[in-house]
Write a protein that binds this ligand. Structure first.
Ligand code: SF4
Length: 180
């Protein structure tokens, strides 16, 4: 555990739809309890620009789908004690990896030129270059725990986070291909 009195927790959004974070918010009133037990040091729901050092627990949503994601994943691993693959896109590639059977160039052309409402867009100016394939997190960095589900339910997230805040790796069931 880092020097802070409370565990320092980060949540990260890589190549996912944010549904796992929405499920995290479904903890509802238990978020207040969590706020007492941990310090949220980085998250899409917090205005923090740079991933900090000495993170105790990192929940990482989404597959690694771009150069930016890969850089972020490696930074997370370097700066975090426990990294959790959060949801099926992170654990298996899931929805994000459905694109893997197509070439990136074909996908970009189809999405940003052929189907672009209002005319062709300029994807290279607005998004990080895509990797050839979207990969589960553990294919890029070592992962300490896997939280399956699309998304994991609030109950599963609570079970996992409660254990992690006590310094334990939760024993979670392997549930694959459970959408919605
Ligand atoms: S696992 Fe499901 S809910 Fe989570 S980011 Fe992927 S598609 Fe969205």
């Amino acid at each position: 555990m880092a020097t802070s009195a409370k565990p320092r927790v980060a949540t990260v959004w890589l190549g996912g739809c944010s549904g796992c974070h929405m499920s995290l918010l479904d903890l509802d009133e238990r978020l207040i309890e969590l706020a007492d037990r941990m310090e949220l040091v980085f998250s899409p729901i917090a205005d923090v620009k740079e991933y900090p050092a000495n993170v105790d627990v990192a929940l990482v949503e989404g597959a690694v789908s771009s150069e930016e994601h890969e850089h972020m994943a490696r930074l997370i691993r370097t700066r975090s004690r426990c990294v959790v693959s959060f949801g099926d896109c992170a654990t298996t590639g899931n929805v994000t990896a459905l694109r893997n059977r197509f070439s990136v160039n074909d996908l970009m052309k189809r999405s940003y030129v052929e189907l672009a409402p209002g005319g062709p867009a300029m994807p290279s100016t607005v998004i990080s270059p895509l990797a050839d394939t979207a990969r589960p997190l553990h294919e890029v960095i070592p992962v300490d725990a896997f939280l399956h589900g699309c998304p994991p339910t609030a109950e599963e997230i609570w079970f996992a986070v409660d254990a992690l805040l006590q310094g334990r790796i939760p024993e979670l069931p392997n549930v694959y291909l459970r959408y919605g």
